[in-house]
Design a binder for this molecule. Structure first.
Ligand code: XMP
Length: 318
């Protein structure tokens, strides 16, 4: 019988045997899969696991520091690399969603490769791949696309991709990954986190990206997600986030006309992201959240709620 405890015991034993005293590098994303993979490897090989957590500047508000602290509290040997400026530079002037994804994928590979080179004698690249990732990479669903493979095509492989690969979760489904994490006493909030796309807020800022737009969207998203938590709605939603629209609309403030940004809020129910229904959030929640966003976030004067399901509307707007 499969139990999370027996999975952990067997995996740790297997990993110990397979990896011996070798050094392993792993990219943490802040998500459930890479975090659980890291924890398993940590149990097996301790300090020989070198984790790298890259801030691409497109994470949620405060996420880089909060999650980095959390990783350190878990005892992981982790290096946080703030490469925000490098990503923003590479994105400057790009509006096409696929161009944006490619730029982010490219810079990620460069940053990760530089960091992996800092680790003497590293032999393995660990990844938090789970079973559905393997299926999805065949079926092109628009799922994880800041994967290393899809965007690296010129100039030969970066060195870290020549490493041997270890994927301790590749036979598991998401709910099993969560149970494995829980059985290792990992933080409930970390294990319950909503999925978040690799390109992050870059694909929720429609059109071109600037530091100011990232700031605005981070503020809006923080109010929305914070309120979902406050109202105990976070766990009943599969994924939620805010989208910064490339339109300004007219508003009034006192005697003045404003001409400012419009944001969309999106919350969906789903089991695997392949299909999704918009969530019927309480009107009172929407009302309070909208007021709070407009009052608190400078530059936004209008909030709309996305009531489209997938298919045909995808979860992300880009
Ligand atoms: P869509 O928008 O295709 O999203 O309905 C399905 C799931 O995939 C996530 N998503 C991405 N994840 N890189 C990622 O790592 C991407 O480029 C990407 N695009 C979409 C999306 O957030 C949802 O969970």
């Amino acid at each position: 019988d499969w139990t999370p405890q027996s999975f952990v015991e067997e995996s740790v034993a297997d990993l110990k045997e397979k990896l011996g005293n070798d050094r392993v590098v792993l990219g943490l994303s802040g998500g459930v899969d890479s975090s659980v993979a890291a924890m398993l490897l940590h149990k097996a090989i301790g300090e020989n696991l070198y984790c790298i957590f890259v801030n691409n500047g497109l994470l949620r508000k405060n996420e880089f520091h909060d999650v980095l602290d959390q990783y350190k509290d878990m005892g992981l040997n982790v290096k946080g690399v703030d490469a925000s400026a490098r990503f923003l530079d590479a994105l400057a002037g790009l509006s096409d969603p696929e161009e944006k994804r490619k730029a982010i994928g490219r810079v990620f590979i460069e940053v990760f490769d530089d960091e992996a080179h800092e680790i003497t004698d590293v032999k393995w690249l660990a990844q938090g791949t789970i079973y559905p990732d393997i299926i999805e990479s065949v079926s092109a669903t628009g799922g994880p696309s800041v994967t290393i493979k899809s965007h690296h095509n010129v100039g030969g492989l970066p060195d870290f991709m020549k490493l041997k690969i270890v994927e301790p979760l590749k036979a598991l489904f998401k709910d099993e990954v969560r149970r494995v994490g829980a059985s290792m006493d990992m933080d409930k909030d970390l294990l319950g986190r909503h999925p978040f796309p690799g390109p992050g807020l870059a694909i929720r800022i429609l059109g071109d990206i600037t530091a100011e737009k990232v700031r605005i969207l981070q503020e809006v998203d923080a109010v929305f997600i914070g309120n979902l938590r406050k109202w105990n709605l976070y766990d009943s939603v599969w994924q939620a986030g805010a989208i910064l629209l490339p339109v300004n609309s007219v508003g009034v403030m006192g005697d003045e006309r404003t001409y400012e940004k419009c944001v969309a809020l999106r919350a969906v129910e789903s089991t695997d992201g392949m299909t999704a229904d918009w969530v019927n959030l309480p009107y009172e929640f929407l009302q309070k959240t909208s007021n709070e966003i407009i009052n608190k976030v400078k530059g936004v004067n209008r909030v709309v709620y996305d009531i489209s399901s997938k298919p045909p509307a995808t979860i992300e707007w880009e």
